[in-house]
Design a protein around this ligand. Structure first.
Ligand code: SF4
Ligand code: SF4
Length: 374
């Protein structure tokens, strides 16, 4: 999309502002230029008349990228695609992305991760004692959050897949999926990351990738084929691998007492439409009382995690709102299907009675071993 057809696409927005009160940035900041409609109007002004957009506009486009606006828009405006393309365009025409983000991208280029301070050689420490093949048809993509922050998480996935006779390897040279480059509008950096990962996986003979991170899953499945048109690796989230086993009776569970709700992450949910598999798995656990959040499926509110790069205070406030929704239900805990959502929700639930638990962890803990090979 370039600035000429951007103005054409922007015509579809009727400025109805239905999207405004669903937007976490507007809810937090109450400023028109932080609302989706307000930003679209400012972009339209830029695309049709103004030579120079207000400096603030590019900064405002770095929102939570949650797609809540897109899901509610009656005109089908592809809002987050517009954000991405406008950021890329504004950067090419002299706009500067926030300094923090520039540092994050420089670190990705140097160490293959957005987490400043962590180094490439630390990425595969979690797998050191697991003796996983580096060449295999199915590989785990541990992602940056799993590799550096929660190394138990990829290990849980390996254990779980092995329990179910899925032999997965791990290619330790994987780098960040590129989500931050894409979000930043850094098209050149994104393409480099995609090509590096793709070539590395092809060399290792991989034709299926399994991940437990919604952000990695969304980036690999949704955006990689735009860079590599004949992209031929099947991307799977762990819930997709496991729900089939629940459906055909291979995977059954021991009893778990307690009431839990589910947080639908933005990438797995609104971006890729995976709503029912985690619910089917949760509902197959005997004893567990499942309570839906008021805002569920495509109306789910963002956990705010993505914002922590640029504005930790807003990230925290958005996360607290989501945790408060679960508290209102009076449940014992929140189940997540994304390790990045897990990070922000567990941080914001630390002063509550809520347990935040990842679905993969729950499955590994509660799967009946008599049904599977040890
Ligand atoms: S993607 Fe989310 S944070 Fe960004 S403008 Fe839309 S609703 Fe707001
Ligand atoms: S993006 Fe859609 S919902 Fe938002 S103001 Fe425009 S038409 Fe209305």
């Amino acid at each position: 999309m370039n600035i000429d057809n951007l103005s054409e696409i922007l015509q579809n927005c009727g400025s109805c502002n239905y999207c405004r009160d669903t937007c976490p940035m507007y809810i937090e900041l109450k400023s028109e230029l932080d609302s989706p409609g307000g930003k679209l109007r400012a972009l339209r002004a830029y695309a049709t008349k103004m030579r120079n957009p207000p400096i603030a506009l590019l900064q405002k486009l770095y929102c939570a990228d949650c797609r809540r606006c897109e899901a509610i828009c009656p005109a089908g405006v592809p809002v987050t695609e517009i954000w991405h393309d406008a950021k890329a365009q504004l950067i090419k025409t002299g706009g500067e992305m926030p300094e923090t983000l520039q540092k994050v991208l420089a670190w990705i280029e140097k160490e293959g991760t957005p987490f400043i301070g962590f180094e490439a050689e630390e990425r595969s420490v979690w797998a050191e004692d697991l003796d996983l093949p580096e060449e295999s048809t199915t590989a785990i993509f541990s992602g940056c959050m799993g590799s550096f922050w929660y190394p138990d998480q990829p290990e849980t996935i390996v254990d779980m897949l092995h329990k179910f006779n899925v032999n997965a390897g791990y290619v330790p040279k994987e780098i960040c999926c590129g989500l931050f480059n894409y979000w930043a509008g850094d098209d050149k950096g994104f393409e480099e990351v995609v090509r590096k990962n793709y070539e590395m996986f092809k060399k290792a003979g991989v034709d299926h990738i399994v991940t437990g991170c919604g952000g990695c899953y969304g980036t690999l499945a949704e955006h990689y084929p735009h860079i590599i048109p004949d992209f031929d690796i099947k991307i799977l989230h762990t819930v997709e691998v496991l729900v089939d086993m629940v459906r055909n009776g291979v995977l059954t569970f021991g009893e778990l007492e307690g009431s839990y709700t589910l947080h639908d992450g933005c990438h797995l949910g609104r971006a890729l439409g995976i709503y029912e598999p985690p619910r089917e798995i949760i509902n197959a656990i005997p004893g567990l009382e499942f309570v839906e959040m008021k805002n569920n499926r495509d109306k789910s509110n963002c956990c705010g995690g993505f914002l922590s790069v640029l504005d930790p205070e807003i990230a925290e406030s958005v996360g607290r709102r989501r945790v408060a929704e679960a508290e209102e239900l009076g449940v014992d805990g929140i189940i997540t299907t994304c390790v990045s959502c897990y990070k922000n929700l567990s941080y914001n639930a630390k002063d509550t009675k809520l347990k935040v638990i990842q679905l993969d962890e729950l499955i590994l803990d509660k799967a009946l071993s008599s049904q599977v090979e040890e």
